[in-house]
Design a protein around this ligand. Structure first.
Ligand SMILES: [Fe+2]
Ligand SMILES: [Fe+2]
Length: 264
């Protein structure tokens, strides 16, 4: 079994310091095999915010698989935003923009949906670039069969009933078709600061879309700060939301289980 903690939208720059310490403690108690950080490490991509993020990331003792979010691109330095949009993020995290984690049970891939500009009025929204989708396809095609295939993005790739802020990124249809063909079983994302875990009707075999709340930021959308603990077993996924209850991060209820469509 693999234990994954899904964090999103830490937003250093709007983080109560004592909450960050509680999060470190809460994660350590779970001893995860991997921590996924699904974008928006900072509020305004300031160097001081990235420094705080770096310090916090060093406080957790598990491998990290990270993605940039729209808040991690330079806001005021327009030259840097267009010439080298992910430089600050990459310097601090040391991560590839298409990170991969693999163990005996899982193959997990990060697909970067953040863009420095868009042919629309809202640059906050995401896009699944054709070249990234193709690179992801190659990695998935070469991944060993029999492992749970999970893809993390910052922006949701799919619409989710009851969550109007979950709007699919540009070119989501092509990305989803590829992920379905490559038998991806679970999609992880952040960005909307809202929590859900729903099986999708299409493509087949069904995927489970998982959205994480903001783990640390004061920019909450009617939910407490929290994160998902995802356990990947040979037959099923088990998902348990951990939320901040005023003292620490604790399970909010029994875990939800989903039978795996692709048995190991
Ligand atoms: Fe965010
Ligand atoms: Fe975001």
């Amino acid at each position: 079994m693999t234990r994954i903690v899904l964090l999103a939208d830490l937003h250093f720059g709007s983080v109560p310091p004592e909450l960050a310490i509680k999060l470190t403690t809460g994660i350590a108690a779970l001893a995860p095999d991997l921590i996924v950080v699904a974008g928006d490490l900072t509020m305004r991509s300031r160097r001081s915010e990235f420094s705080d993020a770096k310090l916090w990331l060093a406080s957790v003792a598990a491998p990290l698989l990270m993605l940039p979010g729209n808040h991690d691109l330079p806001v005021w330095n327009i030259f840097e935003r267009f010439a080298n949009p992910f430089a600050r993020y990459s310097r601090v995290t040391g991560q590839s923009l298409m990170p991969v984690f693999e163990d005996d049970h899982c193959f997990i891939l990060g697909l970067n949906t953040t863009a420095s500009w868009q042919p629309s009025l809202n640059w906050q929204e995401g896009t699944a670039r054709r070249r990234d989708v193709e690179a992801a396809r190659k990695l998935l095609a070469e991944a060993p069969p029999g492992k749970a295939r999970i893809v993390a993005t910052h922006h949701p790739l799919v619409a989710v009933e009851g969550f109007p802020r979950a709007r699919p990124v540009r070119r989501a249809a092509g990305a989803l078709a590829m992920l379905g063909a490559e038998r991806v079983e679970m999609l992880l994302s952040g960005h909307i600061h809202q929590t859900y875990a729903v099986p999708l009707a299409e493509p087949a075999p069904p995927m489970i879309a998982v959205g994480a709340p903001t783990a640390l930021s004061t920019r909450m959308r009617g939910e407490p700060n929290g994160f998902w603990l995802i356990e990947v077993g040979p037959e099923r996924f088990s998902l348990c939301l951990h939320s901040f209850d005023g003292k620490g991060f604790a399970p909010t209820g029994p875990a939800r289980t989903f039978a795996r469509a692709v048995k190991a």
